[in-house]
Design a protein around this ligand. Sequence first.
Ligand code: NAD
Ligand code: IPM
Ligand code: MN
Length: 357
Amino acid sequence: MNYRIAVLPGDGIGAEVVPQALRVLDAVAAKAGITFEYTYALIGGAAIDATGHPLPPETLELCRNSDAVLLGAIGGPKWDTLPSHLRPEVAALLPLRKELGLYANIRPCHLFPALADASTLKREVLEGVDMVVIRELTGGLYFGEKKRETLEDGSERAVDTLVYSTPEVERIVRLACETAKNRRGQVCSVDKANVLESSRLWRETALKVAEAYPEITMSHMYVDNAAMQLVRNPRQFDVLVTENMFGDILTDQASMLSGSLGMLASASIGGEVALYEPAHGSAPDIAGQNKANPLATILSVAMMLEYSFKRVEEARAIEAAVDRVLNQGYRTGDIMEAGKTLVNTVEMTDCVINALA
Ligand code: NAD
Ligand code: IPM
Ligand code: MN
């Protein structure tokens, strides 16, 4: 079997971690008798520099015609002052997700036991954490109408609109319930229904969807409380489902439950072609130094194997290899502790590949 993968390294550490994840895929392919065909394409700041646009039409076309897409990260200080129609985040990543119909972003957040002391949070709080955040990805504040205007007194006014329709909420909550069926059967829907009209619609819709799932226990939590509960008692969460921006913020926070943002993988699904992307960004502060933790991206290709290619065994093998490497004491800087072995991006990947063998 041959799988065609669109490879979009992007900017900063995105361009460092993506090639490493491909090395892991190659190691898996050799063992499993499958082949991967990689086609690279430009996105983000790299695409602006080369073509003037952060999402060249040929990149989108390639993604549409591939079996899966692997993205590193985009953006960085060099492109931060561009107008929004050219900014990598707004003009490349959001349209890419929208155009591919990827309404659900799945971010599994669990603790590899070896990392129980790697986080700034206490071991007692983290042990046994195993949750998955399902973030709505093509609606909400990110995609509502935006406006900027100059008022009579010369001051400026900017508007972002938070919009959700019933079908958008239904499909994401349904996915959360389906996911929970194969887990501990608990869905926590996170909203701000005490203030926002869109959240009231969200909660009413979630309650209706839950009626079709008698085996699921659904709870509802306000987002401010959820942020607190994530660090107070994260083990209470099984599947957490929430709107786009709440999910963005809560998952960066939840990443510390696994030790580092550099550990948090993700799959963006819902269309014919899925996109796999570490949850982190281009990390300009460490870019170009071979320091970045490649595990979020390596775990994202494991998700690709499972979700897009139904190669569950190979996906589990990668996760087991990561577990083994962490148990052996290998650490990139972000998860480093006293007494462990500091490795760089490429060396960490070497370790994973060795552990796969
Ligand atoms: P960031 O995720 O890039 O970095 C936040 C912090 O986490 C930094 O200190 C960074 O060094 C660290 N970090 C992140 N990933 C790491 C890894 N793999 N290994 C070790 N340390 C890691 O967030 P930011 O600094 O707010 O944003 C930087 C740029 O990335 C911005 O332009 C932002 O818009 C963009 N961004 C892109 C994506 C994406 O493409 N999916 C996601 C988030 C941010
Ligand atoms: C993420 C990122 C993106 C988001 C940005 C870069 C548009 O933070 O994937 O989490 O907010 O979705
Ligand atoms: Mn984010």
